[in-house]
Design a protein around this ligand. Structure first.
Ligand code: SF4
Ligand code: SF4
Length: 410
């Protein structure tokens, strides 16, 4: 078991009421049984057990991500107390570096919060859904009013006070890439983490023979590369790095665990799209250690299996080293667990081929010298769809026992 980040849900309530929010508005009401804010007892357990874990696994860096609900609903003293306690173990452990991030909806951002982030070295990221029209369609307050104008003010303040503004944006293909790109230029952001929506093989809303997401991303990529003052898009930078075989250390999904407000230990939120209660382990930081997760059926799937193992099709795929099978949630199906290629497989092939073409056009000599083969998306799709890859990487029994256990936990 190997992870290096904890996402901590320090507040279980939110000042917004986004219509698509899986915490409040998609049938899961478990937030009602959570305390509104994380207690000092849970914080002490988190820090204590993180210290033990770091010592056992000889970690050199560790990330804390403050999350919610809306984390800015918690009092500022919470952050001062948390960071002070972590600094204390940082001194004791000697050669470990801790980093702090916070994911906020941005509505409550003001100068006093930003000063606190600077003082405690916390890096904020704000969730924005692209254009005002798209954002206000879903990201509304409890009276139904759109939140874009408040968020815009918060992001402007971040720019003024910290000289950077990082954004997380779930892609909504109803807006064109140009509309979305221009709206972020207007905000003058530094970095946009575009996220492909969390669909599985069981609830994918698009036609699998079409590549709407890939085509959308290709258009965005072209706009981005043609802009001399572009902001950073980690998805594109990551693919460019992989194509040029530059290895960058990054936090991937399997290296993150979630701590709920009441101390429950869970798998990453995006896997909630795999089914109600899917991320539950039944363990709590008060009584359990992180290592206990390894013995759960979810832990076996999550840590021991599919992070290192790809399905047969991905293993045989010529661009596997660049694509890496896509994100975990996109591989899931009720029938075969994570033993599938990404539901966005064809989109990824097209996007990666397009980015490689761009790269080759920038460095034609290098391309010839290194004898790099050009990716032909049609050839790969034909090869993958004409071959039978039906080999399972875990036993059916394992999947069944996981499903049974998870149903019991819900
Ligand atoms: S801001 Fe985040 S936590 Fe709050 S309602 Fe919206 S999606 Fe949910
Ligand atoms: S392109 Fe498709 S088959 Fe290839 S690694 Fe990615 S998801 Fe797997």
């Amino acid at each position: 078991m190997d992870f290096n980040s904890l996402a901590i849900k320090i507040a279980s309530r939110c000042n917004l009421n986004c219509s698509y929010c899986f915490m409040y508005n998609l049938g899961d009401t478990t937030y009602k049984s959570q305390p509104k804010f994380m207690s000092t007892e849970i914080v002490d357990n988190i820090i204590d057990k993180t210290k033990t874990y770091i010592q056992q696994y000889n970690k050199k860096e560790f990330f804390f991500l403050f999350h919610g609900g809306e984390p800015l609903l918690a009092p500022k003293e919470f952050y001062i107390d948390f960071v002070t306690k972590v600094k204390k173990i940082e001194d004791e452990l000697n050669d470990v570096v801790f980093s702090f991030d916070i994911q906020t909806n941005g509505v409550l951002l003001d100068k006093s919060w930003i000063h606190l982030f600077k003082e405690l070295n916390i890096s904020p990221s704000v969730s924005v859904d692209g254009t005002k029209k798209a954002h206000d369609m879903f990201r509304v307050d409890h009276k139904g009013n759109g939140s874009y104008d408040d968020v815009f003010k918060g992001v402007t303040l971040l720019n003024n006070e910290m000289n950077f503004a990082d954004i997380a944006c779930v892609i909504n293909i109803n807006d064109t890439p140009l509309e979305i790109y221009n709206s972020f230029k207007k905000m003058d952001v530094s970095y946009v983490n575009f996220l492909i929506p969390d669909y599985t093989h069981n609830n994918y809303p698009f036609n699998k023979d079409e590549t709407v997401m890939g085509d959308w991303l290709i258009e965005l990529f072209d706009i981005w590369t043609n802009d001399a003052n572009r902001f950073k898009i980690p998805m594109f930078l990551g693919l460019l790095n992989s194509l040029t075989m530059i290895n960058e250390s990054s936090t991937n999904e399997s290296t993150v665990l979630i701590i709920e407000t009441n101390g429950e230990i869970e798998a990453i939120d995006s896997l909630k799209a795999c089914g109600h209660g899917f991320t539950k382990t039944g363990f709590n930081i008060k009584e359990n250690t992180f290592q206990d997760i390894e013995e759960t059926s979810l832990g076996k799937l999550y840590f021991n299996n599919f992070t290192s193992k790809l399905c047969k099709q991905c293993q045989e795929c010529p661009i596997q080293e660049v694509c890496k099978g896509g994100r975990l949630v996109h591989r899931y199906s009720k029938e075969k667990g994570f033993n599938n290629p990404s539901v966005y497989c064809k989109d990824l092939i097209k996007l990666i081929a397009h980015i490689q073409k761009f790269f080759i056009s920038c460095f034609p000599d290098l391309h010839e010298k290194e004898n790099i083969e050009e990716i032909n998306p049609a050839d790969i799709i034909n090869y993958l769809s004409s071959t039978n890859f039906d080999t399972n990487f875990y036993h059916k029994k394992e999947l069944e026992s996981f499903s049974e256990k998870n149903i019991q936990l819900v």
